[in-house]
Design a protein around this ligand. Sequence first.
Ligand code: AMP
Ligand code: GLY
Length: 418
Amino acid sequence: MKILVIGSGAREHAICDALLSSDNNKVFCAPGNDGMKLSGIKTVSITEDDFEGLVNFAIKENIAFTVVGPEEPLVNGIVDFFEAHGLRIFGPNKKAAKIEGSKAFTKSLLKLAGVPTAQYCEFNDLDVAEKYIKRQSEYPLVIKADGLAAGKGVYIVNDQKEALAVISELLASHKYQTEKVVIEEYLDGEEFSLMAFVYNGKFYPMPAAQDYKKLNNSDKGPNTGGMGAVCPVNNISESTYKFAVDKVLKPFVDILVEEKIKYTGVLYAGLILTDKGIKVIEFNVRFGDPETEVVLPRLKTNLSSVILAILNDENPEIHWDDSGIDLGVFVSSQGYPENPTKGADLGSIEYFDLLDCKVNYASVVNKNNSLFTNGGRLFLIRTHADNLKDAQADIYDDLKKLKQDNIFYRTDIGNNSI
Ligand code: AMP
Ligand code: GLY
């Protein structure tokens, strides 16, 4: 089978790996990245917003189905576009992708479904939002831009001055093209991510994972696209996992059916275990990054057979490895997330060949068999081991084999789940 994966990061690399675990598959990634090519993945230089180019490629190559990695093409209707051309594609359509495209829309669905989430209000008028802020006495407060903001539209503010500045940036200066903000209560607790394959009102949960979002060790510093991930999450008990499946995923999938929102694809719940129980932080309409890089290696069934069954409206067989742990550490450019250096030398690809762990590449370019930085998050290095200590040793010993001057990584990924 020929399969097309859309996207260019470490998540898409991990999706390609999971599809390639069957020898019968040929996988293309558009646009992909230079690092992936080192692992034998064929990349195609069509960008993820060029729907017509992608459709033409899928037709020309007789692609059996396409898998979409990032949210932007989903929110912009890539699934509707492919389906209008009679092509099979795995992901939610534009109407369903609004679950990620609009936080206010998701909040209203959560309310309807009776799923616990932070108390919130929405505003599109600056004056009204300012009046609301001036009546608040409890901080921190959370302010979120309503639309897509590449993970950057969430502000945790500690006083009124900060809150007013953020509101003005979003509703007066329209940063991230914001027209509406959600202001919500701050939740404190252990965060974890729960993804599921969803279709036709049915869902198949994956094991829980945890994303390390902060830049620095001990969860300090600014939020990032994710500095590493672990699966499973030891300090999320069986009963908490079951609660999340029964009381979050199930009612949410049920409400989609009731509201006639057809959903096919992966649904991602970002959850937090507070002292008042589990609450939803966000829903995404795709595989999480970097959770996917540590969850999919545990999938014992080939990913293509799972997706194909779903697209054929059949119940997929899904088996997970429940041994040991999978750990992934993201290596970023110096200066990430504010000012990542581009074009810095990471060394010859021979260094990367020396690594024992698997690498999922993201923002790197290959010039004359040396890799160079091409953005913030460069590659994720991952391993499967019996326990966290062994997994960390595998990864951190391996990382010492690389040139260290242009890279940055956390040295405590996985520690929260001891
Ligand atoms: P989001 O884009 O909604 O996932 O938010 C990004 C990150 O901001 C989350 O992973 C949390 O770490 C943090 N966050 C979002 N909403 C809240 C909240 N209500 N309380 C505390 N932290 C939050
Ligand atoms: N790991 C967070 C996300 O994928 O949005």
